[in-house]
Design a protein around this ligand. Structure first.
Ligand code: PLP
Length: 287
């Protein structure tokens, strides 16, 4: 396996970074998770744009142009002879001294890892998953914007721990006011009647690229799609619930905090959107 590390392609075993890297010391950096489906990189431009926006927001200057980094991503996939893959792009502040000051770091470290990944077993896309609400809250939008996909994922890790302790694989995070925000690494949608809803970004959700793709697909299919604030009550009483994310794709949720959603099976809107998503990912993108 070949890893891109600061301008070179190195073997997995040789892909190591300094203990003085501020990404390691402080979680100071940004990242992206991207998918390749059947030789197409899904929405590469959107992911690269979000990476540069995240970096700009934390005043991290990525030395390469977006085009250069996009070429590196495609080349990493090519060298690893992958056609279906998960790609992780990491840009850390770089090597500095032990102090917090990011200006001691001379240059960012850029890493691209590509490998095969399946987050959930295939059967779960047919049956749906169970989730719980956790005590960990999404950080407030006025502290560090949820739009920044930073290397500080401790909050999300605590969510994952709570989910695991409850015996489920994913969980729901509320924001500081108790409104539904998102999962540990995916956005949430609910369906009630003929209306599909997902929380707006300001509630404290990452503006997921899969989320935005699903919003577009819902509108193309002629469904009524709203970005709206909602509570756990709305989730419990929804006809359908599903999660979206680069790793999770589109997955039905059939139980939330012990309450069965709808008839306990993936619903028709979820199935149609999953089908539309599967079709789109293999048809569009950059080879
Ligand atoms: N929310 C969080 C916190 C995430 O880390 C992710 C994963 O990237 C998502 C949502 C889903 O976003 P996307 O569809 O861009 O992968």
């Amino acid at each position: 396996q070949w890893i891109y590390l600061n301008g070179q392609y190195v073997k997995k075993e040789e892909a190591v970074v300094s203990v003085y890297d501020h990404g390691f010391l402080y979680g100071d950096g940004v990242f992206e998770g991207i998918r390749m489906y059947d030789g197409n990189v899904f929405r590469l431009k959107e992911h690269v744009d979000r990476l540069y926006d995240s970096a700009k927001s934390i005043m991290l200057n990525i030395p390469q142009s977006k085009e250069e980094l996009s070429d590196v991503i495609v080349e990493t996939l090519r060298r690893n002879e992958l056609r279906d893959a998960y790609i992780r792009v990491v840009v850390s502040r770089g090597v500095g001294n032990l102090g917090l000051d990011p200006f001691t770091c001379s240059k960012p470290q850029i890493i691209v890892i590509a490998e095969q990944l399946a987050l959930f077993p295939k059967s779960l896309y047919d049956t749906g998953i169970e989730i719980v609400t956790v005590a960990s809250r999404r950080n407030r939008a006025d502290v560090l914007s949820p739009k920044v996909k930073s290397l500080n994922y401790l909050n999300n890790i605590l969510v994952k721990i709570e989910a695991n302790l409850a015996g489920v694989s994913e969980a729901l995070m509320l924001n500081d006011q108790g409104y539904v925000a998102e999962g540990s690494a995916d956005n949430i949608f609910i369906v009630k009647g003929n209306v599909i809803k997902t929380p707006p970004g300001y509630v404290g959700a990452l503006e997921g690229i899969t989320r935005n793709a699903i919003i577009d697909m819902a509108q193309l299919l002629g469904f009524e799609m709203r970005e709206e604030v909602f509570t756990r009550h709305d989730v419990y009483t929804a006809d359908e619930v599903f999660l979206t994310g680069t790793a999770a794709e589109v997955i039905a949720v059939v139980k939330v905090d012990g309450r069965e959603i709808g008839d306990g099976k993936p619903g028709s809107y979820t199935k149609q959107l999953l089908e539309s998503f599967r079709k789109t990912v293999t048809e569009e993108g950059r080879k």
